[in-house]
Ligand binder design. Structure first.
Ligand SMILES: Cc1cc2nc3c(=O)[nH]c(=O)nc-3n(C[C@H](O)[C@H](O)[C@H](O)COP(=O)(O)OP(=O)(O)OC[C@H]3O[C@@H](n4cnc5c(N)ncnc54)[C@H](O)[C@@H]3O)c2cc1C
Length: 385
């Protein structure tokens, strides 16, 4: 894949990462752990290795122990991880944004205690916003933290929490007052010190890493574990979403690129009507549409990344990237199955797995409909939420 934006250094690091992933990581996800849960120690080993390539570590500044890559460079590395495995890209994404929150918003004592383990790939964080009654609308969070002296006492239920089973700590969005927008606060809950119960969720795909429910029953946490100012979690979450949506978009670019590669290989080998199917015009048209959408999606992500790097607000551009890339991945993965014919729906071919994974992508980090609402609001100034 050619990229107009690649500097020689960026090309070198993405090429080196791609070779490592192809040789040592991809087979783990497409064969050994295909649709099977990967134990924490195996996933942690991969995270430690990826840290040396600039995953998670890249998003953190050198001042705080990271590599301080720019957003575009971080996203280009992330595409390689997602093309190897969306399952692997999820812990990378969550640990990256946990690290980002710790660096940007946490008080020094929490940052110094929890950030190094994330950068090194030794620890896992979960970010707990969603609840059974609070999905697209973060304002409906009910998990309650009440003050008891110098402690918070927290009760509630979080759901769909990535890294849940792996997590060493949870950055939990809690309701600390009834003010709808100004009543949400981020509190760090240490699983080993304060405890929380975790229960895995079985999904259509992406079960090699953890998605879980987290139950909090009168958990006592020091007030010193508050991340950012009390009542400011909504603002911090919206700022985080602008960046994290570009990463979720890039997950879909990686997945779609992989589906395209599989379809191209198959179309060049499979013969029907006396020639390889790549020689049939309707197959060529499908491949052309798939390749154009992969590149268009990537360019939307790169544009958002360049705006992040320029310090320009990119809420609409990140929403466009997430909307387009995730929906494109669903179409592209389905077309890849179609090009494989009957083989495409068997577990002997990767496209079956990619199609199941693609269906999941338009849901987290704001569904397709929520991205459309954000874009519409930016265009008209009128919120249709
Ligand atoms: C694999 C996976 C990983 C996840 N990881 C995390 C995580 O780590 N942490 C976390 O906090 N959450 C996580 N989530 C949760 C995710 O953010 C939510 O699933 C998502 O925000 C949608 O919420 P919901 O599932 O409750 O759907 P709902 O909000 O109930 O939406 C249902 C449907 O209604 C539509 N809809 C909702 N509101 C509107 C509206 N105003 N106008 C038009 N349509 C609307 C939606 O688009 C959707 O089609 C994850 C989810 C998945 C699937």
């Amino acid at each position: 894949m050619g990229h107009v934006f690649h500097s020689p250094e960026q090309s070198l690091s993405t090429d080196t990462l791609r070779r490592y992933l192809a040789a040592e990581v991809e087979p783990l996800f497409s064969r050994t752990y295909r649709d099977r849960f990967m134990p924490r120690d195996v996933m942690a080993g991969l995270m430690q290795r990826l840290s040396s390539f600039g995953l998670v570590s890249g998003i953190v500044s050198e001042t705080h122990g990271g590599l301080g890559l720019d957003w575009l460079g971080s996203l280009m590395l992330f595409e390689e991880v997602a093309a190897a495995s969306v399952d692997l890209s999820i812990p990378v994404l969550i640990n990256s944004f946990g690290a980002h929150l710790l660096e940007k918003v946490a008080p020094p004592q929490l940052r110094e205690r929890y950030l190094p383990g994330l950068i090194a790939g030794e620890h896992f964080v979960s970010i707990g916003i969603s609840e059974p009654g609070a999905g697209s609308n973060v304002l409906e969070v009910r998990t309650r933290a009440r003050r008891d002296g110098d402690h918070w006492v927290i009760s509630g239920e979080k759901t769909w929490i990535s890294n849940g089973a792996y997590s060493d700590f949870l950055i939990c969005t809690c309701r600390t007052s009834d003010d709808p927008r100004g009543g949400l606060t981020h509190i760090l809950i240490d699983r080993h010190e304060h405890g929380y119960e975790v229960q895995g969720i079985d999904k259509i795909a992406l079960n090699t890493q953890s998605t879980a429910q987290i139950f909090l029953d009168e958990v006592r946490v020091p007030v010193a574990n508050t991340i950012g100012e009390e009542g400011q979690a909504l603002r911090a979450t919206l700022a985080l979403f602008e960046k994290s949506r570009a990463f979720v978009a890039m997950q879909s670019v990686g997945l779609a690129r992989r589906a395209l590669d599989e379809a191209v290989s198959y179309a060049k080998e499979r013969r029907q009507h006396g020639k390889v199917i790549a020689g049939h015009q309707l197959i060529a048209a499908m491949l052309a549409e798939m390749a154009t959408k992969v590149d268009a999606a990537r360019l939307l992500v790169h544009r958002a990344a360049q705006m992040f790097d320029a310090g320009v607000g990119a809420e609409m551009e990140a929403a466009m990237a997430k909307y387009f890339a995730c929906e494109a991945a669903v179409t592209i993965a389905r077309q890849a199955v179609q090009i494989h014919g009957g083989n495409g729906v068997t577990r002997s071919y990767l496209v079956e797995k990619l199609a199941r994974e693609a269906i999941v992508c338009p849901i987290p980090e704001g569904t397709t409909q929520i991205q459309q609402l954000i874009i519409g609001r930016a265009l008209t100034g009128v919120a249709a939420f």
